[in-house]
Each structure stands twice: as structure tokens, then as C-alpha cells.
Design a protein around this ligand. Sequence first.
Ligand code: 5GP
Length: 140
Amino acid sequence: MNYDSNNIFAKILRGEIPCHKVYEDDHSLAFMDVMPQADGHTLVIPKRGSRNLLDAEPVELGPLLASVQKVSRAVRKAFNAEGVLIQQFNEPAAGQTVFHLHFHVLPRTAGTALRPHTGQMADPALLADHAGRIRGALTD
Ligand code: 5GP
């Protein structure tokens, strides 16, 4: 399967559609998921296009995972979470719906159920507030 640069995350990277940005460096961008499965649900994507983990260049995965770690620490702190769930889906059979590699970062607290995957759109004001909380919890 080929990478299609018209996917929604490629459009976010090009600034063609907005996002609630959490973190950015030379290799990666992190922003709020519009249909969060938990408050603080953040997506971390590489700037270089690959469809998913299966076709990504191995050399890009180190810097990308460093961003996932950085964002995960901030998400845990911002939401006072007991744990952080990382999810990453490859191809439709595995649940992938947007075909640009991404890692889901989900703060978790025992006894709190996750909302459905690609469920309800969140209030943009709430996402802006959550993005600000996570940005404020980022450390160098
Ligand atoms: P996947 O199913 O491919 O692992 O996850 C795609 C994720 O992207 C879903 O959790 C979905 O809620 C999220 N999503 C879909 N469209 C948009 C969008 O336009 N903006 C943002 N920020 N997230 C999106």
C-alpha cells in the first residue's frame, strides 16, 4: 500500500487544516485527537510521510519515539494520570483509519473506561484547554 499525501494528518502538517498543537520539533508533531477516547488523548506523528509503522524508515523511529516519550510524560503530569496507554494501529483490519503513521497517547486512571475509538467530536474549547495543560507540563 502506498502513502497518500492527501490524508488528514498530512493536511495538518501542511497547515491546510487546524489542530490543537501540543509539541513540535524537526521530526514530529503532537496534537489533540478530535475524538478523544480520554481527556488528554494526544496524537504524535512524524513529519515525513509513511502510511504506518510497516513502511516507516527505521532511522526515523528513534526520534519519533523520543517525542512519544516526551509527550507521554507531559500528558501523565497534566492529567495527573496513574498510567499512559500508547496505541498504534496498522491497516484497517487493525483499526487504522488515518493513513499517516501516528501514536495515540492516552492518560489512564484505574476504573475510568475509555470512550469509543473515533467516537464523538470534542468541544474545540475543551481541546484547546487540554492542549495548553499538556504544553505547560512539557519539560526540556
Ligand atoms: P487511527 O484509527 O488511524 O489509529 O486513529 C486516527 C485518529 O485520528 C482517531 O483517533 C481520530 O479520532 C483522529 N482524527 C480523525 N480525524 C482527525 C482530525 O481531523 N484531526 C484530529 N486532530 N484528529 C483526527
